[in-house]
Design a protein around this ligand. Structure first.
Ligand code: SAH
Length: 212
């Protein structure tokens, strides 16, 4: 998500240590101690403006959530959504997904959400897609044995690529939907992109697990 660059976005994030984790790599293997409990940790990669993970954190107080985003101006929007609330089970991290293994220990994460990630339609850019094999390898390492990935997208080509990539790399797929909103999933929490793009076409969804 490209927003107009916000001046001093990083400084503004750093002004809110209750939510913003300034040096996330220092917490590798220690995220539970940050939350001061042993609850499962779920992450969202590319959280954008954050309404999805904020709602999850509200609904599920016994899960710890980490919202991960690459751009400070975007993460600042997410911070502005939550800063007036007291969500002890949510933190925000500024990180590129290529660095996940430097931030999380083997088996530290129970679930990964990937919502409306950039499709990178050009073949030459395929390695940047968040479901490219090299990303799946990192996800496999940071996830627990029963770990899982929930993905949503409006982009059919990215969805087809992801289905192939997960299956070629040994993941077990389930709960695949080719039209999530038609399937009427009452539990579904809409993301900002979903609000916008679901008016124009179907939303695709999948779950992928390391093992059965
Ligand atoms: N999940 C949100 C935003 C989707 S847009 C929603 O559904 O509304 C994709 C988001 O992923 C953007 O905010 C973009 O900045 C972020 N992003 C893209 N590449 C990333 C990467 N390598 N690591 C972390 N975040 C990334």
């Amino acid at each position: 998500m490209r927003l107009r660059k916000v001046k001093n976005a990083l400084d503004k994030l750093k002004d809110n240590p209750q939510y913003f984790i300034d040096s996330p790599l220092a917490y590798k293997g220690k995220w539970s101690s940050l939350f001061q409990n042993q609850n499962p940790i779920h992450i969202e990669i590319g959280c954008g403006k954050g309404s999805f993970i904020k709602e999850l954190a509200n609904r599920n107080p016994s899960i710890n959530y980490l919202a991960i985003e690459k751009y400070d101006s975007v993460l600042l929007r997410a911070l502005e959504k939550v800063e007036t609330e007291q969500l002890d089970n949510l933190r925000l991290i500024l990180l590129d997904a290529t660095l996940l293994e430097e931030c999380f220990e083997v088996g530290e994460i129970s679930r990964i959400y990937i919502n409306f990630s950039d499709p990178w339609p050009k073949y030459a850019h395929r390695k940047r897609r968040l479901t490219y094999a090299s990303f799946l390898e990192s996800y496999k390492r940071i996830l627990t044995e029963a770990g899982e990935i929930f993905q949503k997208t409006d982009n059919r080509k990215l969805f087809e690529f992801s289905l192939e990539s997960f299956s070629q790399n040994g993941w077990v797929l389930s709960n695949i939907s080719l039209d999530l909103h038609k399937d009427d999933d009452e539990e579904n929490i809409m993301t900002e992109f979903e609000e916008k793009w679901s008016k124009l076409g179907p939303i695709y969804r999948l779950e992928a697990r390391k093992s059965r």
